[in-house]
Design a protein around this ligand. Structure first.
Ligand SMILES: Cc1cc2nc3c(=O)[nH]c(=O)nc-3n(C[C@H](O)[C@H](O)[C@H](O)COP(=O)(O)O)c2cc1C
Length: 377
């Protein structure tokens, strides 16, 4: 039986990927997914494209579609576009969210705080028509689309939901920022955990641990998760080249998930001003902020962050602040104004290479091959 079909049968029978045999299986995750390289292009809501995901998968890595802000129709369209370009496996990722019903006076106060920004871009000061996509509808769409990998962040699924994904043939990955969160995903029945270090670009996935306890670097978080879990660990955060991949594998990760490195590829959907900022930034230019979305995330510092971050404790939580800032981000992108945009990037940004995605995967694989052998697990 081909590896992936065999794995699906095993997942359905046992509920998770079987434990690796360190002598004969260098990486169960890779073999099960039929990947050539231990490289996952991170899901990047609003910034990835089907072309990016398909190019990475076709080159032997695993491409991903960040579907947090995609409607069910947009999820179907994006998955179809990847499948039209490649027959290789790919991942789809969702934010585990409940649709909020915020208090009207809280929304009014949050909007009033943003009045100067709205005025700068000549936007009407009014709340959005919806706060976020409906998670249950997105989840049903995922079951219908059956990607090889279904990955999640911002929260955790129930065992029942994971069982439904397994029966649809999906491998389930959960994002963790602490060992406690990684264990929660393993206990719920996930097949792999993305250990997300504080260096990484974009949002922190923290859902269980206190925010102050979740500032753990990739170098410390990955081996701690590897030691605590029996399922595969995927390292994320600050990994930019073959050296970083080799380091993560040496720590016991079975694969890496890279966001900032793939953001610079011409296939990503980022606005020109963001691309220019990426090309000129270094790690010391990045900051953690709640300004753009109400959830802590890492990006290149700008005047909007500096204006709103002193008010961080007053800003509403995701997705309220995110939806309220949506018109500002879109208007700024249109105007080419990097100061109004969320310039998500990780601490490794200075090492980003603006290569076509397939070339980047090949380059990373060649760099890794030069460093081999690393301890297998
Ligand atoms: C622009 C951007 C958008 C992101 N969106 C998502 C997302 O939708 N879902 C998710 O699980 N992670 C998301 N992430 C985090 C990545 O999955 C990954 O953990 C992170 O990029 C790794 O750190 P690095 O940027 O240093 O490679 C995003 C990251 C970036 C840079």
């Amino acid at each position: 039986m081909p590896q992936r079909r065999k794995m699906k049968a095993e997942i359905i029978a046992h509920g998770s990927v079987p434990a690796p045999d360190p002598m004969t299986q260098p990486s169960t995750l890779l073999q099960h997914l039929g990947l050539q390289h231990p490289i996952i292009q991170a899901p990047m809501t609003g910034s990835d494209t089907p072309q990016l995901a398909a190019s990475v998968s076709q080159a032997g890595g695993l491409g991903s579609l960040g579907c947090g802000a995609r409607s069910p129709a947009a999820m179907r369209e994006a998955a179809a576009a990847v499948r039209a370009a490649t027959g290789k496996p790919f991942a789809m990722n969702l934010f585990v969210l409940r649709t909020p019903a915020p208090d009207a006076s809280m929304v009014e106060a949050a909007l009033a705080r943003l009045a100067p920004l709205y005025a700068r871009f000549d936007l009407p000061l009014e709340p959005p028509k919806k706060w976020c996509e409906d998670f249950d509808a997105q989840f049903d769409t995922l079951l219908e689309l059956r990607p090889a990998v279904a990955s999640f962040t911002f929260g955790i699924l129930s065992g029942e939901q994971i069982g439904r994904l397994h029966r649809a043939g999906c491998l389930v990955q959960g994002t963790a920022t602490t060992v406690e969160e990684a264990l929660a995903w393993q206990n719920a029945g996930a097949d792999a955990v993305v250990a997300s270090g504080i260096e990484g670009g974009g949002h922190r996935g923290t859902f269980l641990s206190r925010w102050e306890e979740s500032h753990i670097g990739t170098m410390a978080l990955v081996p701690a998760c590897v030691d605590a879990l029996s399922i595969p660990v995927i390292a994320a955060g600050g990994i930019m080249d073959g050296r970083g991949i080799a380091a993560a594998l040496a720590l016991g990760a079975q694969a890496v998930q890279m966001g900032t490195a793939f953001l610079a590829c011409p296939e990503s959907a980022i606005a020109p001003a963001w691309r220019a900022a990426l090309a000129n930034a270094r790690g010391s230019d990045t900051r953690l902020t709640r300004a753009f979305s109400g959830r802590w995330a890492r990006g290149i510092g700008n005047t909007t962050m500096r204006a709103l971050d002193p008010l961080a404790a007053q800003l509403p939580a995701y997705p309220i602040q995110n939806a309220l800032m949506g018109p500002v981000r879109r208007a700024a992108a249109k105007a080419g104004d990097a100061d109004g945009m969320a310039l998500w990037a990780g601490q490794g940004v200075g090492a980003a290479r603006a290569l076509p995605a397939a070339d980047l995967v090949r380059r990373l694989a060649a760099e890794l091959a030069r460093i081999k052998p690393w301890p297998v697990r």
